[in-house]
Design a protein around this ligand. Structure first.
Ligand code: ADP
Length: 371
């Protein structure tokens, strides 16, 4: 019997779904003073994997707990598939939750832990064991049924927690930093497994992470949070290439915003250097360019471009990141692949690869005029 034939078999019988999760003006205070969540209005699309990213303490887990019903909002409403669930208990919400520490029962076997994820009525049904076994197969844990969870590795425990959450066939699965205690090789494998399961059953998944690369890799939709607020949400490309402000740009990776002028349609000038940018059409306008480290090309001193000096180098295996001092400021540049490293203090030239530069809607606050 395939896992797919046992699990989520009656999914279509629930009928068309208007929306997945909607938060309308939600705020949460744990104590007087700063709100953990501030006036968040957000729509989480149905059948997609939404990654929720932001620095530690920005309110990601609180937002997840509000959706799961483990916290009640002080203001605002939470909707699930068109139904106001703000006052519903967690058990009434049809939502599965995997916590960072897995929260498995150490005195129960793997199978018993997974059966615990079935609803009270489902547990009594003769098919309950089949369902628990099917879900264990789905996460590659068939054969582990009688093992004690205490004897499992971190990755295996994570998969039991995932199986337990899936056993209840939830409409929505919430994952709170599910891979934070797993080493990097396994992390990638488990991440792919989560994505495969999400796609196979068209689940609505919300995946909390503070890792920018992970948020971009797993998410069909990315929500960027900071200080209890949602700053931006959109596709991974939207939030990476067209962040709405400097904070989002920084959360999604190193970035700098530089002021430039449109000198001709499709041509901008940045500190005396002209380059083609098809997005720049408003001749005479001052625009802001979003430049990430991979947009800079580092070359030998004396070539065309901005002259600079290497200040520091960080090797990260697949390339190196150089901090380079230019006449008008310092820039971070990535050089991919094996290369003879540039020595600290050596002169270089940097050029912009215009395909990696975006005209940003964000405006750099007025500051000193460029030289
Ligand atoms: P994140 O998941 O992004 O790290 P959290 O949602 O855990 O952030 O926390 C958001 C803010 O709320 C933090 O300032 C945190 O200290 C505070 N907070 C979280 N849980 C509680 C709690 N149970 N009691 C008091 N403050 C809390």
């Amino acid at each position: 019997m395939s896992a797919a034939s046992v699990l989520f078999a009656d999914r279509d019988a629930l009928g068309p779904v208007a929306a997945a999760i909607e938060l309308c003006g939600v705020s949460k205070w744990y104590s007087l003073g700063q709100a953990a969540i501030r006036n968040v209005s957000l729509r989480i699309p149905h059948g997609c994997l939404t990654s929720l990213i932001g620095p530690s303490g920005c309110g990601k887990s609180t937002l997840l707990r509000l959706i799961a019903g483990l916290e009640r909002p002080d203001e605002g409403r939470v909707w699930l598939h068109g139904l106001d669930i703000t006052d519903h208990d967690p058990a009434q919400r049809d939502i599965g939750l995997v916590l960072q520490n897995y929260a498995l029962f150490p005195h129960l076997s793997v199978l018993e832990n997974v059966r615990y994820g079935l609803s009270a009525t489902a547990t009594q049904q003769p098919a309950a064991k089949d369902r628990a076994q099917a879900v264990l197969k789905l996460v590659d844990l068939d054969g582990y049924e009688s093992r004690s969870t205490a004897s499992l590795s971190g990755g295996e425990q994570q998969r039991v927690a995932l199986a337990r959450a899936l056993a209840g066939e939830p409409r929505v699965l919430l994952l709170d930093e599910p891979l934070s205690s797993v080493d990097s090789g396994l992390r990638r494998q488990l991440r792919e497994q989560i994505c495969d399961i999400q796609k196979a059953f068209s689940l609505t998944v919300v995946y909390v992470t503070h890792d920018q690369a992970e948020a971009l890799a797993v998410g069909d939709h990315v929500v960027v949070m900071h200080n209890g607020e949602v700053l931006q949400d959109g596709t991974p490309r939207d939030v990476y290439l067209t962040p709405c402000n400097e904070v989002v740009a920084e959360i999604m990776g190193a970035a700098m915003f530089l002021p430039a002028q449109v000198v001709e349609a499709g041509i901008v000038e940045l500190y005396g250097y002209q380059m083609a940018l098809p997005d720049a059409s408003d001749v005479g306008a001052c625009v802001t360019l979003l430049i990430r480290p991979e947009a800079w090309q580092v070359g030998a001193a004396g070539s065309p471009g901005f002259a600079g000096k290497i200040l520091s180098c960080t090797y990260f295996g697949r390339g190196s990141e150089y901090l380079i001092q230019l006449e008008w400021g310092d820039v971070l540049a990535t050089v991919w692949g094996a290369h003879t490293p540039y020595q600290i203090g050596s002169p270089v030239t940097v050029l912009l690869n215009s395909a990696s530069v975006r005209v940003s809607k964000y405006r750099v606050p007025a500051g000193p005029a460029p030289p």
